[in-house]
Design a protein. Structure first.
Lengths: 473, 223
């Protein structure tokens, strides 16, 4: 009979106490696992969606906010930019260094999902994840640039809304502008799950977006205008208004305050080109002022480290900022979220340690009644170190048993809350994706169990056989 | 098989002076010999068996078993020696309550050099008439059955010497003879030496060799 089996038998003899100690151990391990898995998956998901393009161009302000709102659909979108910035990147001088410039217009919510106006390039030409995965459709196809009122749904958005190919969706929004029309979008495609916030997005043709859904941009622009006006007012009171700045601001307020407009004062008419042919043919041609864009995703011809700062500086002179999403995300993770994970991990590990002490107390308390059993085994020829080892094995079995339970419970817990995470962040948590940190759990638990088992094992080691055999009946 | 020479054993008393329990100049048991040890309560019978089994260490003297002086061995060597060559049957049976009958028997082979052999354990239980009780726990067995498991366990490691400390004290008279016969017959068949301690005169009188501990133990006389 193996020593493992002997240890197991003595655990079985005290089923309740053993089960309780193992259970408390499983709670601790489950917490550790949940922290590891959620962090790992969120981290991976964030990095995954931050990949596939080099820069996000948007209105000046918080860099992180720009990335979070346009790439991850978290928080409020910044003020929109003028169409001219897009034009410049698409067809202007800066266009030479740009492979793809994809407009992103953040709209209102549709059944809890963000409506985003964009072009077919987002899913046709850009990729996601660090291994450059192409977007795939589980049904239908990508939006076509000529068809203004087409929509593509992310996998979660499709699930939530229950919309299928050919269905129409009418985005609800608080209209403030007289220009908008309530056109319905036809769903032409549903994306396969990507594990990124794209899954919970509703993507519509940007042309249709401008025609029907501009109010969100209006609201953002109006708010930005109010903020600017307030700041301007404050500056005037302080008497520090600068000449150049005041003229720019006046010009901006005239044209609904569009950031980036001042950079291209001469380009009033749209440049003739192949891409604008569709627009030219459209009888319902929109004035440029209505074509506002929250952000532009840029995939550069040359994504090397030297070319990015150059472009960033150029764009800065146009009054917009270009932010590397990868950089922002890794800053976010090494900073705030990384520290948060460390704190949570420490707490979870403390729970494990407390559970380990629970094992110590449980086994130690049982030593008195087990003195006799130990003496019997010694009388049968077991050496001191053998009975000591049996106690250690018992401690290890309890810890590992609880740990295994905790591993399952931890992944189960993550699985149970993953819909909530997906709904809140668009991050699809694969609860059964094992994290590297979990590998350390097994040797960690064995070590902990050996340490806490040492005290009762020492009692077993010191047990006086002759006395224990005579003392009890 | 067993030779004891000039064995003394004393326990320290609270006042510091030693309490002399055993002082045996000479005692030996031959191969396959069966000997019954009698004596009044407290005269040191259990203490002597413990010393022979290596569970208690002598204060001085020689305890030679099968040619080995266990008084000179390291503790772990004595444990090993006991695991391989000595079977012990206790008055209180000392079965482990968490283990089934067959597991208790297998425990008798676990700590020796040979691997625990389930088939042999089952054979031994069959031999003591318990083939239908293999997976019962001690609490699910009658007192007589428990003692039979204990006898099977003492035989498990193919011992050269069996020490039986009042094996029938807790068993009713009907079972008493059964167990004595069982122990004596198996020791006879397997050529195992036997030292049995008993208070029952009708058990003692069945043995050819009866030793009175007070006679071989000089420590008792001094008092
Ligand atoms: N560890 C000890 N410390 C001090 N005295 C002890 C110790 N162990 C035994 N004794 C004493 O040694 C004496 C012999 O004890 P032992 O158990 O050998 O008697 P016994 O002959 O087996 O008696 P019984 O027939 O009642 O079982 C007793 O007086 C006992 O009090
Ligand atoms: Mg006794």
């Amino acid at each position: 009979m193996s020593l493992w089996k002997i240890a197991l038998r003595s655990i079985q003899q005290r089923v309740l106490a053993s089960a309780l100690t193992a259970f408390s151990m499983s709670l601790g391990v489950a917490l550790v696992v949940a922290v590891l898995v959620i962090y790992g998956v969120v981290d991976q998901s964030f990095r995954r969606s931050a990949q596939g393009f080099h820069l996000v161009v948007g209105a000046p302000g918080s860099r992180l906010e720009l990335v979070l709102s346009t790439v991850f659909h978290i928080g409020k979108a910044p003020a929109p930019m003028s169409y001219d910035v897009y034009d410049e990147l698409k067809r202007g001088r800066l266009g030479n260094s740009v492979k793809f410039a994809v407009p992103i217009c953040m709209g209102d919510m549709y059944q809890g999902c963000r409506v985003v106006g964009t072009t077919s390039e987002l899913f046709g030409d850009l990729t996601y994840s660090d291994d450059n995965r192409a977007y795939e459709f589980s049904a239908g196809r990508n939006i076509q640039d000529g068809e203004y009122f087409e929509a593509v749904l992310g996998s979660i958005a499709a699930q939530k809304s229950g919309k299928k190919i050919g269905d129409t969706l009418r985005t609800t929004h608080s209209g403030t502008s007289g220009m908008e029309r309530q056109e319905a979008f036809t769903v032409v495609g549903i994306l396969k799950p990507t594990g990124t916030p794209v899954d919970k997005g509703v993507f519509v043709n940007v042309e249709g977006f401008w025609r029907s859904h501009a109010s969100a941009l209006d609201a953002a622009a109006a708010e930005a205008a109010r903020a600017r006006a307030a700041k301007e007012e404050a500056d005037r009171v302080m008497g520090v208004t600068q000449e150049s700045e005041s003229t720019t601001t006046t010009e901006l307020s005239d044209k609904d305050l569009m950031i980036g407009l001042e950079a291209t004062p001469t380009e009033e008419t749209p440049t003739a080109g192949a891409a604008s042919a569709a627009e030219a043919n459209d009888a319902d041609l929109l004035p440029r002022e209505r074509k506002r864009i929250t952000a532009i995703f840029l995939l550069l011809q040359d994504g090397t480290e030297s070319s990015i700062p150059l472009l960033q500086r150029e764009l800065q002179t146009m009054g917009v900022q270009a932010v590397s999403p990868v950089e922002e995300v890794s800053q976010l993770f090494t900073g705030l979220i990384g520290n948060l994970q460390v704190i949570l991990l420490i707490l979870a590990v403390l729970v494990v340690v407390v559970a380990g002490i629970g094992i110590l107390v449980s086994i130690y308390n049982s030593m008195n009644e087990r003195r006799r059993e130990i003496a019997i085994m010694r009388a049968l020829g077991a050496q001191r170190k053998t009975v000591m080892l049996i106690i250690l094995l018992e401690s290890i079995l309890l810890a590992l048993g609880g740990g295994a339970l905790g591993l399952v419970a931890g992944h189960g817990l993550t699985w149970a809350i993953s819909p909530i995470i997906a709904e809140q962040t668009g991050v699809m948590v694969d609860a059964f994706m094992f994290q590297q940190g979990e590998l350390y759990l097994i040797p960690g638990l064995v070590l902990l169990a050996s340490i806490v088992g040492l005290l009762p094992a020492a009692v077993a080691y010191k047990t006086d056989v002759a006395q224990s055999l005579i003392a009890s009946p | 098989m067993l030779q004891i020479r000039d064995l003394t054993k004393s326990f320290p008393q609270p006042d510091g002076t030693p309490l002399h329990i055993l002082d045996i100049p000479e005692f030996s048991v031959g191969v396959a010999e069966q000997c019954v040890l009698v004596g009044r309560s407290g005269c040191g019978k259990t203490t002597l068996l413990h010393i022979i089994a290596g569970i208690g260490r002598p204060t001085s003297g020689k305890v030679k078993i099968d040619g080995w002086d266990i008084a000179l061995m390291e503790e772990s060597e004595v444990d090993q020696f006991r695991a391989e060559r000595i079977g012990y049957v206790y008055q209180t049976f000392n079965l482990l309550p968490g283990f089934t009958a067959i597991e208790n028997v297998m425990l008798g082979m676990t700590f020796g050099r040979d691997r625990a052999d389930k088939k042999r354990a089952a054979n031994l239980l069959e031999r003591v008439g318990l083939s239908h009780r293999l997976t019962h726990r001690p609490t699910q067995l009658s007192v007589g059955e428990q003692q039979r498991v204990a006898v099977a366990r003492a035989l498990a490691n193919r011992p050269k010497l069996i020490l039986a400390d009042e094996p029938t004290a807790n068993v009713d008279v009907g079972h008493q003879q059964q167990i004595v016969d069982l122990i004596r017959d198996t020791c006879h068949e397997e050529k195992i030496s036997l030292i049995m301690v008993t208070h029952a005169p009708d058990v003692a009188k069945q043995f050819e060799r009866i030793e009175y501990l007070e006679q071989i133990n000089h420590a008792g006389r001094a008092q």
